[in-house]
Design a protein around this ligand. Structure first.
Ligand SMILES: [Zn+2]
Length: 138
């Protein structure tokens, strides 16, 4: 296996057999004195992205979209619950108002009843004979 490294001076790519690791050499291009690095000290090429990482990155937007969608669903559910509560409160208020209207109608009817009773009482009041307005009776 070869050790591949670059000249620190000119950047020339140098290939040395691994048997030369740690030995002094010269750059074939610029003549710079170099020490062949140990294979292990070479910067390792970027390891391929693990499959699960790719899956995670690919899944990420979907997860985000699903998360956003479920957040929206949750928010709209909360809004619906709030609207439902609002509607229930309004229905309660309407029921209260209807009850109040019913009570008012009852009082109006009571007043009307009292009025008609009073009217009847007035009508049944004997009219003095000398009154110019004769009462013909019911
Ligand atoms: Zn060089």
């Amino acid at each position: 296996m070869d050790i591949i490294f670059n000249c620190g001076n000119c950047g020339q790519r140098i290939v040395v057999d691994e048997a030369g690791a740690g030995l002094a050499t010269e750059c074939p291009k610029c003549g710079q004195s170099l020490t062949v690095p140990q294979a292990a000290t070479l910067p390792q090429p970027k390891p391929p992205v693990p499959a699960n990482e790719i899956a995670r990155y690919r899944a990420f937007p979907w997860r985000w979209i699903i998360g956003a969608a479920s957040a929206l669903v949750l928010a709209s559910a909360v809004v619906m619950v709030r609207q439902d509560q609002k509607i229930k409160a309004l229905e309660q208020r309407v029921a209260d108002l209807e009850r109040a209207v019913g009570q008012l109608r009852g009082s109006v009817a009571g007043v009307a009843g009292m009025a008609s009773h009073a009217e009847r009482a007035v009508r049944h009041t004997p009219v003095p004979p000398d009154s110019s307005q004769r009462w013909n009776g019911p």
